[in-house]
Design a protein around this ligand. Structure first.
Ligand SMILES: *Cc1c(COP(=O)(O)O)cnc(C)c1O
Length: 356
């Protein structure tokens, strides 16, 4: 069952899987069953399982890092991922856990420890962790599932950027919408991503790397691809520098761990305004025209931050200076904390075995 271990520098994201997996089953009669760690293997589920037909599934994305400073193995804010998994499950009418989040982190840590030889060494390298919950309910009708499987697989990954940042070019000119108030945009559920395949392919055909998702008549900017998005600009009203990202209260924004970390860090610096409000495309277009748009970047676990160099809007390309200074500083700070080189806020970079 043991997989080929490829050379770290040859890793392609998400293609190599480690040797073991975590399995926790739930059924209506037996509730949550004992967690098991088993050799990684294909699943044996009914072709009628409702996850396959109605998308009753959700997942998480997190990483285990080998510290540069002391060789300890660390997780980054895993409590946030467990909280988000719970709320994604709740949005799908899946049952809550009868164990606490810390026990689930313990299980994931045991899996990481067992497969620790799969965590590549060096900055930028990590073991990507993919906790997933699927409905295994064997029933072709649409109903709240009577059985679930929570599993976690892990995958060694290399640096997202092999030689410096690679800025992305975006388009807003698409008839599609990623999420909407009252929908599932705030939950990490598979259905959110299936519906982006076609818009993504159409953007690529026009020469853009990803879609910048807008919503509503005011063209508020929500997310980019499957990342949260930030704009650093000089605010027209205050004439002060401001870092802006969409707020969570409308329910159409995925509450990213990276997003939250960037907000906390930049607020702690106290050097510029930090706002959770919806930027709009007319606002960004005007800021760019008046030379007030300083930087824009996407944020998520896979890449940490990704600079944006261009946005297509109403048929025109808005070029963004992409000085990259703030993007770089946030990158240095967050990766420094993840790899144990910089002391971060309490509870952010947790050596395995140390969480409460
Ligand atoms: C996972 C995800 C993010 C980023 O979340 P992180 O916790 O920072 O990795 C942002 N937007 C969407 C739509 C996502 O699926």
């Amino acid at each position: 069952m043991r997989s080929e271990m490829s050379k770290p520098e040859e890793l392609v994201f998400g293609t190599t899987l480690s040797d073991h997996m975590l399995m926790i089953e739930w059924s209506k009669e037996k509730n949550w069953m004992d967690p098991r760690i088993i050799p990684r293997q294909d699943l044996n589920i009914s072709p009628a399982a409702s996850s396959l037909h109605y998308g009753i599934q959700c997942f998480e994305g997190m990483k285990a890092y080998r510290s540069i400073a002391d060789d300890s193995i660390r997780l980054f804010r895993p409590d946030m991922n467990m909280k988000r998994l719970s709320s994604s499950m709740d949005r799908l009418q899946m049952p809550g856990f009868d164990f606490n989040h810390s026990q689930l982190i313990d299980c994931i840590e045991n899996l990481v420890l067992l497969d620790q030889k799969w965590i590549p060494e060096g900055e930028g390298y990590s073991l990507y962790l993919r906790p997933t919950v699927i409905a295994t309910h064997k029933f072709l009708g649409l109903a709240a599932p009577d059985s679930l499987l929570l599993f976690c697989i892990t995958s060694p990954v290399g640096p997202y950027y092999k030689s410096g940042f690679a800025p992305i070019r975006l388009t807003t000119d698409t008839p599609y919408v990623r999420a909407w108030p009252g929908g599932t945009g705030a939950a990490k559920v598979g259905g959110n991503y299936a519906s982006t395949m076609k818009p993504q392919a159409e953007a690529a055909a026009k020469g853009y790397s990803q879609v910048l998702w807008l919503f509503g008549d005011d063209e508020s900017i929500t997310e980019v691809g499957s990342m949260n998005v930030f704009f650093f600009l000089i605010n027209k009203e205050t004439s002060r520098p401001e870092l802006v990202t969409a707020p969570l209260d409308r329910g159409d924004i995925l509450p990213g761990v990276t997003r939250d970390s960037i907000l906390q860090l930049t607020r702690s610096w106290g050097e510029f305004d930090v706002s959770e409000r919806f930027p709009t495309m007319p606002e960004i277009a005007q800021a760019a025209k008046e030379g007030r748009l300083i930087e824009a970047f996407g944020a998520g676990t896979a890449a940490v931050v990704t600079p944006i160099s261009c946005i297509e809007y109403q048929g025109n390309d808005i070029e963004i200076p992409a000085t990259g200074k703030l993007t770089q500083r946030i990158w240095d700070e967050i990766t420094g904390i993840q790899y144990g080189k910089i002391e971060g806020p309490e509870g952010w970079s947790i050596p395995i075995g140390d969480h409460q």
